[in-house]
Design a protein around this ligand. Structure first.
Ligand SMILES: C[S@@+](CC[C@H](N)C(=O)[O-])C[C@H]1O[C@@H](n2cnc3c(N)ncnc32)[C@H](O)[C@@H]1O
Length: 219
C-alpha cells in the first residue's frame, strides 16, 4: 500500500495511507496524541521499577521512542514488545522528525537502533530499554499473562474493524497480567462492548487534542 509522509498540527510527522485515507497518528498532532493516550494515561499510571509493554502496531516507533525517553527520566526498566506485520522502511524513518521535535538529538542513535535492530529478538537498546520487535499479525498473538501494559494502536475501526473484535481483545486480555491495563485512542461504543465482553473494566477518559474521548481497559 502506498505510504506518504505528512505533517500533523503539532509539527510532528506521520504516515498517511491515501488508499484508506488513514493516518498512523492523529492529524491533530502525532506527538501530542502519543504522550496523552499512551504515556499520561498508560505508562505514567504505573509507579514501578520495571514494566513489560506490548504495542499493537510498532509502525514508526514513535510510541516506543517516547516510552524510552520517559523511562530514562523515571529510571524504569522497560521490556518492550512491538508487534508489526508491515514494517516501515528505514528511508521513511529518516524522513520522520521525532528526534528533533522531541528535543532528543542526544538519543538519535537509540532511535535508529530501534529501527535497524533485528526482528524477533530481544535487543538491548540501552541499560533501561529492551526491545523485541515481532514481525507478526495481531491475530497470531498468543501470549499469556506476560505484560503489564498494552498500547493498542491499530488503524481505526473504519478501515480495520476486524482488529477491534472480541477475538482480538480476548488475546489482549490473555496477554495481560492480572491488574494490567490496555490503553487506546479509540472511543466507539462497539469497541467498548467488545472489551467488556471479554472481561475488561473500561473507563472513558478525555481524549488528546482534537478528540473528545479515549478508553482505558483494565484486567
Ligand atoms: C496506527 S499504525 C501504528 C502506529 C505506531 N504505533 C506508531 O507509533 O507509529 C497501525 C500499525 O498496525 C500495522 N498493522 C495493520 N494491520 C496489521 C495486522 N493485521 N497485524 C499486524 N500489524 C498490522 C500497520 O502496519 C501499522 O504500522
Amino acid at each position: 500500500m502506498k505510504r506518504e509522509i505528512v505533517q500533523t498540527s503539532d509539527g510532528s510527522t506521520t504516515i498517511y495511507l491515501p488508499e484508506w485515507e488513514e493516518n498512523y497518528h492523529s492529524k491533530h498532532g502525532a506527538i501530542q496524541e502519543a504522550k496523552h493516550v499512551f504515556i499520561k494515561n498508560g505508562f505514567s499510571q504505573f509507579k514501578v521499577e520495571e514494566l513489560s509493554i506490548l504495542e499493537i502496531g510498532f509502525g514508526t516507533g514513535l510510541n516506543a521512542f517516547i516510552t524510552f525517553l520517559e523511562a530514562k527520566i523515571n529510571a524504569v526498566k522497560i521490556h518492550y514488545t512491538g508487534v508489526e506485520a508491515y514494517p516501515v522502511e528505514f528511508n521513511e524513518i529518516e524522513q520522520m522528525n521525532y528526534v528533533v521535535e522531541l528535543q532528543a538529538t542526544d538519543f538519535e542513535q537509540e532511535f535508529e537502533k530501534m529501527h535497524t535492530c533485528e526482528w524477533n529478538s530481544n535487543v538491548k537498546i540501552s541499560e533501561t530499554f529492551y526491545l523485541n520487535k515481532r514481525k507478526q499479525f495481531f491475530n497470531e498473538i498468543n501470549d499469556a499473562e506476560a505484560f503489564d501494559l498494552i498500547y493498542f494502536d491499530a488503524f481505526g475501526y473504519r478501515v480495520q474493524p476486524e482488529l477491534w473484535s472480541t477475538e482480538i481483545f480476548q488475546k489482549m486480555y490473555n496477554a495481560l497480567k492480572l491488574g494490567g491495563v490496555l490503553v487506546t485512542y479509540a472511543a466507539r461504543g462497539v469497541v467498548k462492548r467488545s472489551m467488556i465482553e471479554v472481561g475488561f473494566s473500561v473507563e472513558k477518559l478525555a481524549g488528546p487534542p482534537g478528540k473528545r474521548e479515549m478508553f482505558r481497559a483494565s484486567k
